[in-house]
Design a protein around this ligand. Structure first.
Ligand code: BV8
Length: 255
């Protein structure tokens, strides 16, 4: 394994290397946000089926809006940590040779300054209409008392609910996002690729399969995770520990 002058592991990134990063809930754990698995399969006290599926929203939209409003509050109160900042520093160093794909909806990568970013499961801070084609819009409001209705639909005499602009279980990911990830991974021979997964249990598809996409494109694959992830065996290198502590050194952007 590549190490730096202190013998610490270092991900080899030279002037020709492209870096594809996937992050999960674990990268925000040191910012104080709950991970998905850490709650033992319950999510802030709720079953996933009740709060992160279209069926759950149809059954009790008010409960789902209370759940997401609580997560908006928690995410706004949280601060990006050294792992988020390390990726933003890497972007300043290698520019468009970096692409960060996050499963997180907490907005912390964006607040850390990351722009080469795909929020592949959506964002807590965008809302969209369940009915009309208005584009998703920025929304930090807390909808705890009642389910918000679309005012554009109301203007046309239609009652339609607004929903978080988030990809729930059972919903398709944006095909443009998937296309961008594939295009970045497969930029052809001679352009070295490193794939780094940070703070993810590798349970949620199709993002859990991105390591295979990178490996089949000849990439060297790294997992940086606190616990052994379900798909750890798919990686060339596994570095165990807290991301905020490890990532700055691993990426050579030590704080
Ligand atoms: C889809 C938005 C077509 C909600 C989320 C193939 C096989 C099996 C199942 C499927 C499959 N294809 C599709 C499915 C179904 C499903 C799925 O994957 N189910 C799983 C659970 C089996 N996938 C879908 O439905 C996707 N849609 O594919 O459509 C389809 C549909 C149905 C059937 C076939 C095809 C849509 C998935 C998107 C769901 N939405 N988020 C919201 O956030 O409110 S996913 C949600 O889970 C979050 O985004 C969260 O990020 C993610 C959980 O994963 P992780 O991020 O990895 O978090 P987790 O807590 O699990 O792990 C954290 C890790 O961090 C741990 O390992 C821990 O050790 C580590 N850690 C903790 N602290 C630290 C740390 N590491 C470093 N430092 C630390 N300090």
């Amino acid at each position: 394994m590549a190490v730096d002058s202190r013998g610490e592991p270092r991900i080899p990134i030279d002037e020709a290397t492209r870096v594809l990063v996937v992050t999960g809930a674990g990268i925000s754990a040191e910012s104080g946000l709950a991970t998905f698995r850490g709650a033992g399969g319950l999510w802030e006290g709720h079953r996933v089926e009740d709060v992160a599926t279209p069926e759950g929203f149809a059954a009790d939209s008010a409960l789902v809006w209370r759940f997401y409003s609580a997560r908006r509050t928690a995410a706004l109160a949280a601060q990006p940590n050294a792992a988020h900042r390390a990726l933003a520093a890497l972007e300043r160093r290698i520019g468009d040779r970096l692409l960060v794909v996050t499963q997180n909806v907490d907005g912390l990568h964006r607040r850390a300054g990351c722009e080469r970013l795909i929020e592949i499961h959506g964002s807590l801070f965008r809302t969209r209409c369940t009915h009309c084609t208005r584009p998703p819009f920025a929304d930090e409001a807390l909808h705890e008392a009642e389910v918000p209705a679309c005012e554009l639909c109301a203007g046309r005499g239609r009652r339609a609910y607004l929903r978080p602009d988030i990809v729930w279980f059972g919903e398709l990911l944006d095909s443009d996002h998937l296309g961008r990830v594939e295009a970045f991974a497969e930029q052809g021979p001679g352009r070295r690729l490193v794939f780094v997964a940070v703070g993810t249990s590798g349970n949620v598809w199709p993002v859990a399969g991105f390591v295979d996409l990178a490996a089949s494109a000849g990439g060297e694959t790294w997992l940086v995770n606190l616990d052994p992830a379900g798909n750890a065996w798919r990686f060339d290198r596994v570095v165990r520990g807290p991301a905020a502590e490890l990532l700055p050194g691993l990426l050579g952007v030590g704080e």
